[in-house]
Design a protein around this ligand. Structure first.
Ligand SMILES: Nc1ncnc2c1ncn2[C@@H]1O[C@H](COP(=O)(O)OP(=O)(O)OP(=O)(O)O)[C@@H](O)[C@H]1O
Ligand SMILES: [Mg+2]
Length: 257
């Protein structure tokens, strides 16, 4: 089979994946920045270079920035691409939860992998990766520190707002009141997990549940969501690449899922 390339132009990061047969030959992630088409071109060229490919294979493009990519051979929705990517990694997947920088979505799949239903919460940073970035900054922690910090929590606090602005002031007043950072982080993770779980309840949560997107790298959010769902979640080793992987697989087969 010929190598094929998929691109996912997300609100925060642009991902490119090159597949050949059933294996990934290259994977590139760069910040999307303010000009999605520039990030797309850069990720495309870099992925082909890493894969050692000559020529310009047609790209299947997904993500919120996909309309801004003039060289796209085909544009496919994020729902379809995440479904295809998640099923490739976990054939038993029946639900896909994706929490990225700026939206969260939950997709319900049939046993044979067709999309039955989905919900999406977009255009608002509430309870997404961007929300966590703002809170991490307010707490003086890096994104990577959030998960480990929340594992050390000892006191159950509550953050009642998921609006970034209000939640940030709750974080600041908790700090001023002398609350421990790890307890505040755990409360933020619970708030996000509750929101994602609420969204998921609208489509129904069939096992197995796959968790994708950058927020799946946060072990604290994974743990809180597992608690609410009442079972383990399947998290890909590289959760941010799931949509781009799906796009590459669609480029390879030339078909619809
Ligand atoms: N190492 C990490 N640890 C914890 N969280 C991380 C890490 N790296 C990235 N993230 C989170 O992932 C988010 C970005 O996720 P992702 O790349 O899936 O977004 P996106 O696809 O650009 O956005 P969207 O799908 O909403 O358009 C960041 O905002 C951050 O919260
Ligand atoms: Mg995304």
């Amino acid at each position: 089979m010929m190598p094929a390339i998929g691109l996912d132009i997300g609100s925060m990061t642009t991902k490119a994946v090159v597949v050949e047969g059933a294996s990934v030959r290259a994977r590139v992630m760069i910040p999307t920045g303010s000009v999605p088409r520039r990030a797309a071109g850069q990720a495309y060229r870099e992925a082909l270079r890493q894969a050692g490919l000559q020529g310009e294979p047609p790209a299947v493009v997904t993500g919120y920035g996909r309309l801004d990519v003039p060289f796209a051979a085909r544009r496919v929705t994020e729902i379809t691409c995440h479904a295809v990517g998640a099923r490739f990694l976990f054939p038993e997947a029946r639900t896909v939860v994706d929490v990225g920088g700026q939206d969260s979505k939950v997709i319900r799949l049939s046993t044979d992998g067709r999309v039955l239903d989905f919900v999406m919460n977009d255009r608002c940073a509430a309870g997404t990766g961007r929300f966590l970035e703002v809170m991490a900054a307010a707490l003086g922690l890096s994104l990577e520190e959030l998960g480990p910090a929340s594992a050390r929590a000892t006191r159950e606090l509550t953050i009642s707002s998921l609006c970034t602005v209000f939640a940030e002031s709750e974080v600041i007043s908790n700090l001023a009141a002398g609350e421990a950072r790890e307890d505040i982080v755990a409360a933020l993770h619970r708030a996000i997990a509750r929101r994602v779980h609420g969204l998921a309840s609208r489509v129904g949560l069939e096992p197995e549940v796959v968790f994708t997107g950058g927020v799946a790298l946060n072990a604290g959010v994974v743990r809180e969501l597992e608690r609410l769902v009442g079972r383990r979640l399947l998290v890909p080793a590289e959760p941010q690449f799931t949509g781009a992987l799906g796009a590459a697989l669609l480029a390879e087969t030339g078909g619809t899922p």
